[in-house]
Every structure is written in C-alpha cells, then in structure tokens.
Design a protein around this ligand. Structure first.
Ligand code: BG6
Length: 491
C-alpha cells in the first residue's frame, strides 16, 4: 500500500545536529534514490549558525559521503541537492521566525504544505511551536502543517502534560507527530501483520497457552559520550518507557478494527491502559535495576558506568527489568517481563514467548518457545520437542527458524520510513498523546522510588549476562531469562 504525497516543504530544525547528519539527510537522500520523494519536495534546514547556501549544500554532501561510502548516483544527488536550502535562526534574533515566514512565503520555491521536524533540545519543543504559531506558520487552511516532536515527549507524566498543553494551544492532535523510532522499524510493523495475518498464531496467543512473555532489548554498547544525558534519564526512561512498551503493545494488543492510524493507535492505547500499575509497596518483586561495572566486551577491557560518569554516588540504572500484568481476559495471569540493558553479553532485541507445558512431558525441561527476532536478526523461530532417532524414547528441542528478512530485501532505516509517513500524513507509526501518557503513568512511580533509594545499585561486569539477583522478579521457579541461543545439532 502506498500513499500519495502532496507537494511539501520539510523544515528541519537542528539541521546541523547529530540526528540530522546521521539519519535525516541520509534518510531523505535514500528516499530520493528510491524514487519516493515527490518532484516538488523542498527541504529547508534551520540552524543557529549563519551559513550560505553553497556551504550548506557542501555540508550536506559531506553528510552523504560519510554515510554512503561506496558512492551514489550523481543524477539523483544533483536532484537532491537542488531541493535543499538553509535558514539561519540565531536565538538572539527576535525576528528570526518572521524572517523564516518571509523565506517560506516564496511560493515559487517552497510548496506551502509544511512539515516541521524538531530535532532540537526537548526544552525547545514548546518554544519553537509557539514561535511558529506566533507568525502564523502552524495554521492550517488551504495547506497542511505538521510538527514532529522527537523523543522524549516529557520526562514524566506531569511534564508530558505540560508540553502537551503548550503545543495544543497551537496544534490539533492530527498535526502532532510524536516520534518513537522503533515504530519505524519494519520488524516492529511486522509484529502486527505476523500476528493477525496468520490463522495459526491467534488461537494460541493468550493465557490458555502462554506461560509468560519476555520482551528484551540488550546492547553491548555503553552510554558512550552521553553520560550527562543518561544520568538524568536511566534505562527505564530511555528504553522501557518508550521502545519496549511500544513493542509490548504490538505484541499484546487486540486486533485493530482496521489498519487506519486511528484503528492501530486505538488498539495500542487500550492495551497500554490495561497494564496494571506496578505496586510500589512491593517494588522489589516487580522491578530490578543494576549498573554495569568494568568488564570485557569482545575482548576489550571497558570501564564501568560510574567511572565513565565520574560520580560514584549515582544510582541511575543501565539495566532495568520490570514484571507487568495486563488486566484483560486474554492475558489474565500471564507475566510480561520486559528488560533492557547496556553492556550485556549480546546485542539483541526480541520477543520470547514461552508456552505452557504440554500434557506429555518426556523431559522436565521440555518447553515450546516462540521467538520473534527484531534485531539484529529479523526472524521467527518456533522451538518444538522431537524424538531423537534411535531405539530409545528420548526427545530434544528442534527449531523451526525462518528469516523475516531476505538478503534481497530493501533495508530501510526507521527514520526513512517515518519521514515518508510524515509526508504522507500517516501517523499510525507515531505516538498518540494517550500512548505517551499511559507509558509515563506506568513507569513514573518506579522512576521516583528508584531515585529516592540511595542504596548502592547492583553491579554487573560489562559483557556478562543478566545479574543473578534480577531473577527475584520471576513468578515461578522454572522461569529464566531467555537468550538468543542457537540450538546444537544439524542446521
Ligand atoms: C534510543 C536510546 O532511543 O534508542 C539509546 O536513547 C538507544 O540509548 C537507542 O541506544 C537504541 O536504538 P536502536 O535503533 O539502535 O535499537
């Protein structure tokens, strides 16, 4: 299904920042290479520095050269570069937005449907919207006006509500595109399709057959040069509140009434609102946090989080795990364990579903797992018990393992997909305010309790598996963290 794109101008605030350089400009160029940009699309980068057009276009070329090391099609490059303009918005200039309006009003250059991408500091989201509105640049009459707000949308429920109140003075919900870049990943979009376009999955997707679900994102990377940002955020807010809860919503939601943006988002909102609040009085049975200590990643010695931060007193987690229950008939009694970590032994994002024990058990350990791999490998695996050929009655686990991605498939970056959706006016892969709020409502009490608890946080050596102590959140003795282990035997 492809949607038509109206002629439009993309206005990229924060155009020389890291996201724009690494994702947005290369992403737009890739869309141009794929022939997915309308002929009359224009892109205007907005930044604080004064840069002339030639220098700006040379800078864009350097962004593309860095990304596309093997070279690219020159004709498309010429077309792409001619789409690009620059506007300086120095913060000290009180007329900066009137000047932007004057620039954009040249209809012979800029199509009047305007999409603003705010790749700026979160504190600037509301002021930029307000300044655009003050000069009449958010008003929709003959033309549409859309605003992309980068993650995070607030840092807790009250700040999300404050931001929402500030921007909805000027924008309707349909004009607001809140990013969670995981929703731009094809592997996440596939969850919904794989669940509901196959007859075999839906009948077993409930508490009658499922013992528990694990949604996992682990990285081998550390916090890198983002120590200050990370220390004011932590794993729970950085990853679980957003990407992982969205993955859970897609995994557990009911079938949407249709695939329209409203249909999909309504189904997710309903699910997110059915997640039972985490009981803070019993937090230790429901939530676990830890920090990475010095260790070894791929044979290289790496420092611990506190050393990188230069503050031994921080209790901010680089590992967070939660146990959640969903209060609806489908999922009553089924724990959902969600976890994320930096510097674990493997970088892997997946959904692991363990089924209940079969009536006939040859080995105590026999279990069926269904694993949906999100990254690095996009796959679906089913583990089943099978007789070991021979004279004895013995079983072993075998895997039905299918790649969701074939070598010949296009690899589209999440931001490319989201930019295209933005121009198409399709916000199904962007967050509705009710999703953002439900997600904050769920994690806020844990964030608060953890911030107040100043006891030293559990440490795990970089490159290790989950800290053993994290098992306290399991409901049953026979539950354990599932890794992306390949089974032995013939492949
Ligand atoms: C970002 C987080 O939102 O997602 C980062 O701020 C994290 O800490 C990143 O590393 C992971 O994204 P991806 O697409 O690499 O899995």
């Amino acid at each position: 299904m492809t949607n038509k794109i109206d002629p439009c101008t993309l206005v990229l605030f924060g155009a020389s920042g890291n996201l724009a350089r690494v994702k947005l400009y290369p992403g737009l160029f890739r869309l141009d290479l794929l022939g997915r940009l309308p002929d009359d699309l224009k892109i205007i980068g907005v930044g604080r520095q004064i840069v002339d057009l030639d220098a700006w276009r040379a800078d864009i070329k350097s962004m593309l050269d860095t990304k596309f090391k093997k070279g690219y099609d020159q004709a498309v490059f010429e077309r792409f570069i001619a789409r690009n303009f620059y506007h300086a918005n120095p913060p000290t200039d009180p007329d900066a937005f009137s000047k932007l309006k004057a620039t954009l009003s040249d209809e012979s250059v800029f199509p009047q449907n305007l999409a603003y991408f705010l790749s700026v500091r979160p504190v600037d989201f509301a002021p930029v919207v307000e300044s655009l509105a003050n000069v009449g640049l958010t008003q929709e009459d003959k033309y549409w006006r859309r605003v992309v707000i980068e993650k995070p949308f607030g840092t807790d429920l009250p700040s999300a509500k404050t931001l929402q109140a500030a921007i909805t003075k000027h924008l309707k919900e349909s004009q607001i595109y809140r990013i969670d870049h995981y929703l731009g990943k094809s592997a996440l979009q596939n969850i919904l399709l794989q669940r509901f376009t196959n007859t075999v999955l839906e009948p077993i997707w409930n508490n009658q057959y499922i013992d528990h679900v694990q949604i996992t994102n682990t990285e081998m990377l550390g916090v890198g040069d983002r120590t200050q940002f990370y220390d004011s955020t932590g794993a729970l807010r950085d990853m679980l509140q957003s990407h992982i809860l969205q993955t859970l919503a897609l995994t557990a939601m009911e079938q949407p009434k249709d695939l329209t943006p409203e249909g999909v988002r309504d189904a997710k909102i309903k699910l997110l609102e059915e997640i039972r609040p985490i009981p803070v009085s019993e937090l230790e049975k429901h939530a676990f946090r830890a920090q990475y200590a010095a260790g070894n990643i791929n044979g290289e010695q790496v420092p611990g989080y506190l050393d990188e931060l230069g503050n031994k007193d921080s209790v901010v987690e680089t590992y967070a795990a939660l146990k959640l229950f969903i209060d609806n008939p489908r999922w009553k009694g089924v724990p959902f364990y969600i976890r994320t970590a930096k510097r674990l032994h493997e970088a892997d994002t997946r959904i692991s579903i363990r089924f209940k024990k079969a009536p006939l058990q040859i080995n105590d350990q026999d279990q069926n797992w269904l694993i949906i791999g999100i990254q690095p490998r996009e796959c679906i695996k089913l583990e089943v018990q099978s007789k070991i050929p021979g004279l004895d009655i013995q079983t072993r686990t075998i895997q039905l393992d299918a790649a969701n991605r074939w070598e010949s498939d296009d690899s589209v970056d999440a931001y490319e997909a989201l930019l295209l959706n933005l121009m198409q006016g399709d916000n199904s892969n962007y967050l509705h305010i009710s999703e953002a709020e439900a997600q904050w409502r769920l994690v806020d009490p844990v964030v608060k309790a953890w911030a107040e608890d100043k006891r030293p946080v559990h440490q795990y050596p970089a490159g290790s598996r989950d800290p053993l102590e994290s098992k306290v959140i399991f409901e049953a003795e026979d539950q354990f963290w599932r890794y992306s282990i390949e089974l032995g035997g013939d492949k």
